[in-house]
Design a binder for this molecule. Structure first.
Ligand code: C2O
Ligand code: CU
Length: 460
C-alpha cells in the first residue's frame, strides 16, 4: 500500500481508490476561481476556456469528516464578482454564499473567508452563487464530501460529477448565457455530456466488488435519467441524507440539477466486460460512466446493503401546528402568466419578455423585500408548491432539508432539491431549525435568473 497525503490525514482504508484529487480541510486556499483552459472535447479538438476552481473540472474535492470545520478562502481572480454556496450543508447563514441575502458579492481581486462546521455526513457540492447561470456553466463548482464517522464497508468509492456543456465545435462555450429561449423554456441544456470533465469516463472494477458511487448533477438544467448495467445497486442517500432503508434500483432514477444520489453497487458483470452507469436518452441507453471489470475480487457476493448511519438533522415529528404557506409558480413559454410584479411595478407579460423576465412566484418576479414566510426556530413549515407552468422545476431550499408530504400523508425522505413537473402540486414540510434568511429557488439556473426565487426567514 502506498501511503499518500490523504490516507495519512484521514485514515481512509487503503483499498479506497479515488481518481479525483482529494484534499484535507487544512488546505484553506484551494478555491481560487480563475480562467483556465481545459481539454473537454476529445484531443483532436481545441481546448475550452472555462472558469474553474483550482484549474480543474470538477473543482478540487473537499473531503472532511462529519463535525469537521471547513476553512476556505475565496480569492476572486475572475473578471466578475462571485461567491460560493455550499449546497446542502446545514450551514451558519452568514456562510451560505448568497449575494444580496447573506453576503456582498466578492469583487474581482477581493477575497472572502468561508469558515463553517459540517453537521451532517453525505454528498454535497459547492458552486458559484453569483451570476450562476453563467458561472456554473463555465465550470465553477466542485464536490464537497463529508464522511461518516462510521462509514459503510465498501471496496472502493467513486465521486461522479455529471454535467453537460453547451459547446461550439471550436471548443468554446456558447457565449450567450442570457438567451431568451433558454430563460423562457427548459434552461441552458448542454450538447456535450461529461462525468468528471470527461465524455468517456471510465474506472476499473473487479467482479463482486462493492462500490459506493456518489453522483452529483452539476448541470444548469439537464435532468439526468440514469440506470445501471452489470451493477446491482441500492440508493442509500438522497441529497446527502441517508434513506432509512436502502432502495433497490429497479429500472432507473432521475437526477435533477443540483440533486445527489449515493449508491452502493455490487459489480455483477463478468471479467472482461464492462459495467455501466447508463443514461437513458431518446429511447437509448448510453454509457455515462464505464466500469471495466478486469478481475475477480471475490467468488461470492456480499451481504445485503445496510442503511447509512442517520444524520442528526431534525426530521419532522408532526405537522400539527405547522405554519402553512403556498407557492404558485407561473410563467415561461406556453404558460398562463398575464402580468407580475417586477422591481416594484406591475408589468404585462409582453413587458416582461422585453426585460428577459419570465417566471413569477406568487405573482412576483425575483427577490422581494419581505420573505415568503417568517417563522421562529423550531417551528414547522408546510408549503404547497403549485407548478402552473409547462416545465419541470428543481426547487432548492437553502440551510435545511425538507420532507415531501406524500399523497397518503406520510413523509418522504429528507431532500434539499425537489423536482416538480409542470402541472403538479406537491407539498413539502420542514422543521425550521436553522436561523437565518434562506433562499428558495429553481435550480434550473436560467429560471432562477429569470424570476424563480424567493426566501424564507427563520428567527433565532
Ligand atoms: Cu445549489 Cu441556491 O443553490
Ligand atoms: Cu425552473
Amino acid at each position: 500500500m502506498l501511503l499518500n497525503r490523504r490516507t495519512l490525514l484521514t485514515g481512509v482504508a487503503a483499498s479506497v481508490v479515488n481518481p479525483a484529487v482529494s484534499w484535507a480541510a487544512q488546505d484553506a486556499s484551494l478555491l481560487t476561481p480563475r480562467p483556465a483552459s481545459v481539454q473537454l472535447l476529445p484531443v483532436e479538438y481545441p481546448k475550452s476556456d472555462l472558469w474553474l476552481f483550482g484549474d480543474t473540472t470538477p473543482g478540487p474535492e473537499i473531503r472532511v469528516r462529519q463535525g469537521d470545520r471547513v476553512v476556505q478562502q475565496l480569492t476572486n481572480q475572475l473578471p466578475q464578482a462571485t461567491s460560493i454556496h455550499w449546497h446542502g450543508i446545514r450551514i451558519a447563514n452568514a456562510m451560505d454564499g448568497v449575494p444580496g441575502l447573506t453576503q456582498e458579492p466578492v469583487a474581482p481581486g477581493e477575497s472572502f473567508d468561508y469558515d463553517f462546521v459540517v453537521p451532517d455526513a453525505g454528498t454535497y457540492w459547492y458552486h458559484s452563487h453569483n451570476q450562476s447561470t453563467e458561472q456554473v456553466a463555465r465550470g465553477l463548482y466542485g464536490p464537497l464530501i463529508v464522511e461518516e464517522t462510521d462509514a459503510p464497508d465498501v471496496d472502493a468509492e467513486h465521486v461522479l460529477v455529471l454535467d453537460d456543456w453547451l459547446l461550439e465545435a471550436s471548443g468554446q462555450l456558447f457565449g450567450d448565457f442570457g438567451s431568451r429561449h433558454e430563460r423562457s423554456h427548459a434552461g441552458r441544456v448542454g450538447n456535450y455530456i461529461t462525468t468528471n470533465g470527461m465524455n468517456a469516463y471510465g474506472v476499473d472494477a473487479k467482479r463482486h466488488q462493492r462500490l459506493r458511487l456518489r453522483l452529483i448533477n452539476a448541470s444548469n438544467a439537464r435532468i439526468f435519467e440514469l440506470g445501471l448495467q452489470g451493477l446491482d445497486g441500492w440508493i442509500v442517500a438522497l441529497d446527502g441524507m441517508p434513506l432509512q432503508e436502502p432502495e433497490r434500483v429497479q429500472r432507473g432514477f432521475l437526477l435533477a440539477p443540483a440533486q445527489r444520489v449515493d449508491l452502493v453497487v455490487d459489480v455483477t458483470a463478468e471479467v472482461g466486460n464492462e459495467a455501466y452507469l447508463v443514461r437513458f436518452e431518446d429511447g437509448q441507453s448510453l454509457a455515462q460512466t464505464a466500469f471495466t471489470v478486469s478481475d475477480t475480487h471475490a467468488t461470492v457476493r456480499r451481504n445485503p446493503v445496510a442503511a447509512l448511519p442517520p444524520n442528526p438533522t431534525t426530521q419532522i415529528v408532526s405537522l400539527d401546528g405547522a405554519t402553512k404557506t403556498r407557492l404558485i409558480m407561473e410563467g415561461g413559454a406556453m404558460g398562463r402568466l398575464r402580468s407580475a410584479m417586477f422591481e416594484g411595478e406591475q408589468k404585462s407579460f409582453r413587458q416582461l419578455v422585453k426585460l428577459n423576465q419570465f417566471w413569477a412566484f406568487n405573482g412576483e418576479i425575483g427577490l422581494t423585500e419581505d420573505p415568503l414566510v417568517t417563522v421562529d426556530a423550531g417551528e414547522t413549515v408546510e408549503l404547497d408548491i403549485v407548478n402552473d407552468t409547462s416545465f419541470p422545476h428543481g426547487m432548492h431550499l437553502h440551510g435545511q432539508h425538507f420532507q415531501e408530504v406524500l399523497q397518503d400523508g406520510s413523509l418522504g425522505p429528507l431532500r434539499d432539491t425537489l423536482l416538480v413537473f409542470g402541472g403538479e402540486t406537491r407539498k413539502i414540510a420542514f422543521s425550521a431549525s436553522n436561523p437565518g434568511d434562506w433562499l428558495f429557488h429553481c435550480h434550473m439556473l436560467s429560471h432562477q435568473d429569470a424570476g424563480m426565487k424567493t426566501w424564507m426567514r427563520v428567527r433565532g
